[in-house]
Every structure is written in C-alpha cells, then in structure tokens.
Design a protein around this ligand. Structure first.
Ligand SMILES: Nc1ncnc2c1ncn2[C@@H]1O[C@H](COP(=O)(O)OP(=O)(O)OP(=O)(O)O)[C@@H](O)[C@H]1O
Ligand SMILES: [Mg+2]
Length: 279
C-alpha cells in the first residue's frame, strides 16, 4: 500500500486532456495518469470506453503496473461493481455493433454523459458522508463549507471524448450541464482524464478548462492549428509534428481561473437523485 492522506475537497484540481492522432498512446498515458492519481489520492477510478478494450498492464516505460479493470455494459452493473469492489477500476463499455454485437440502431447505449452524471452523484454522496463525520450534529445542505473535509476523490477516465454527447455544440441544455460540470470539477472532487484526437469545437471547452494538456503526434494541419489556438507556441507545433510514437509534450494550459469564477460555485445536479445517497 502506498502512503496517502485523502486530499481536501476543493484542492484536487485535475482536468487532463490527451490529444493526438490515432494509436499514438493517448489512452495508455491516461491509464498511467489514473494509476498515479489513484496512488496519490486514494480515489475511486471509473471510466467510459468506446469499444476498444483498455490495456490491463502498463508498458514498462510507464511503470509496468497491472490495472484492475472490470467492464460493465450498463451503469447499474457498474454501480454494483463499485460497491462490491471499490478498489477495482470500473469501466462502462457499451456493446458496439462494430465489435460483432447484436445492437439495434434504436437502442440507447450507455453514454459517457450518463457516466459523468453518475460520477457527480457518487462524489456528492462521498463528500456528504465525509462532511457528516466531521459535523455529526449539523444538517448537511449543498452550501455547507467543505473546508478541512478530506475524502477519496473520483477519478474519471473518458477514453474517447467524442462519446460525450453533451460536449457537442448544438445541445443547449445538456451543454450547460456539461460546462458547469467542467467548471466545478475541483469542488466536485473529481479528476477528469479525457482523450481526444483533435482540438476542434467539440473538445474546445475541455481544452480551455484543462489543467494539463498532453499532446501526442499530430499530422493534420487543421488539428495542429487547433493546438495553436489552445495555446501551443510555434516551436511546440513543430515539436508536435515531429514527435515519435508514444512520445508527448505538455503544453501550457490556458488560464482557467476567470472561467471558473463564472460558474459562481454553482454545481450541476448537486441536488439530483437525493434517493441515491450511499449512506
Ligand atoms: N509508452 C508506450 N510504450 C509501449 N507501448 C505503448 C505505449 N503507449 C501505448 N502503447 C501501445 O500502443 C497501442 C496504442 O496505444 P493507445 O491505445 O494508448 O493509443 P491511442 O492514442 O489512445 O489510440 P486511439 O486514438 O486509437 O484511441 C496500444 O496497444 C498500447 O499498448
Ligand atoms: Mg485511445
């Protein structure tokens, strides 16, 4: 067992994006980051994967650790799995027609959005329980101060950013939820690790909010231009163009502070599903 104290709520600030062309090592790197963050924080790991199975053993260069990954095709199964084996990594992986599964076109698949909403509910119940332990005689509400409250964070892996429907540009309501979720990650005590292939409109909000941006090899000019817009310097763009497979550079993330202030500490879904309390 590694040594850790649970981080204090409000101080765990990790929105990490990995960007790059297919097969350059983005997902593997995020798995390595999730492993590291879990070691540092004692957090739970949950995730969403579109089809492709995740590596269960990190490459030697990234530590060679075994990853305790368990797949679920539904959120209900994931939730049960997490209760029964909280130390395992529970990954929502809907059965895809492309993998030879019988999936009808009209069937709703378990989306990454549903997983994000679940992560918000989970984190709320964890924080609430931790707060109650510190304040046994007081009543909890969503405005109480979390100062000094320590508890395990939730580490959320999104293997393919395109799986988040509300990150799209034309879905107003869900869009608002997703934006608020991004602004509030730190208060939620959630780390979001997010892999995408380019920095186009769909992923822009995430890049804009990211605390760390890891860029793997990119060849397409327009995708490179997106990284330029996300703050990469000309020198970094040349470096990105010439990276070897599995190599990355970390570019400076934008200043997220002003955006975070816009959310005025409002938390999406904080009062949703009160019956879902894990007490
Ligand atoms: N640092 C590394 N050392 C050795 N092998 C690696 C490394 N990173 C990734 N790989 C291997 O390369 C393959 C592709 O990696 P990965 O799935 O992480 O890429 P990706 O960028 O997420 O691709 P995609 O865009 O298809 O999702 C995997 O089989 C993985 O095991
Ligand atoms: Mg991948």
């Amino acid at each position: 067992m590694s040594e850790f104290v649970y981080p204090e709520v409000g101080t765990f600030n990790n929105l990490e994006a990995s960007v790059g062309a297919r097969g350059m090592g983005k997902t593997t790197w995020q798995l390595a980051r999730a492993h590291q963050l879990q070691r540092e924080s004692g957090g739970y790991v949950i995730g969403h994967s579109l089809g492709a199975r995740l590596t269960t053993k990190l490459p030697k260069e990234l530590g060679g650790h075994e990853l305790p990954i368990k797949y679920h095709t539904t959120l209900a199964s994931l939730e049960r799995g997490l209760r029964n084996s909280p130390g395992k990594w529970h990954i929502l992986a809907p059965p895809l027609a492309a993998d030879g599964n019988a999936v009808s076109a009209g069937e709703a698949l378990a989306t990454a959005d549903a997983l994000l909403q679940f992560s918000a509910r989970l984190s709320t119940s964890i924080r609430k329980n931790a707060w109650k332990r510190r304040n046994p005689l007081r009543f909890w509400n969503s405005n109480v101060s979390m100062e000094g409250v320590r508890c395990p964070p939730v580490i959320v892996l999104i293997d393919e950013g395109i799986a988040i429907e509300s990150a799209g540009i034309s879905r107003k309501e869900e869009n608002r939820w997703f934006l608020q979720f991004l602004y509030s990650l730190r208060h939620y005590h959630i780390a979001l690790l997010y892999a995408i292939q380019d920095g186009s409109a769909r992923s822009w909000r995430v890049l804009e909010q990211a605390t760390r941006i890891f860029v793997f090899k990119i060849r397409h000019e327009w995708a490179l231009q997106c990284m330029r817009a996300a703050g990469a310097t000309k020198e970094e763009i040349d470096e990105i163009r010439n990276l070897e497979k599995y190599e990355h550079v970390e570019i400076d993330a934008l200043d997220v502070k002003s955006l975070e202030e816009e959310s005025a500490g409002e938390m999406p879904g904080e009062d949703e599903n009160p019956g879902d309390d894990h007490t």
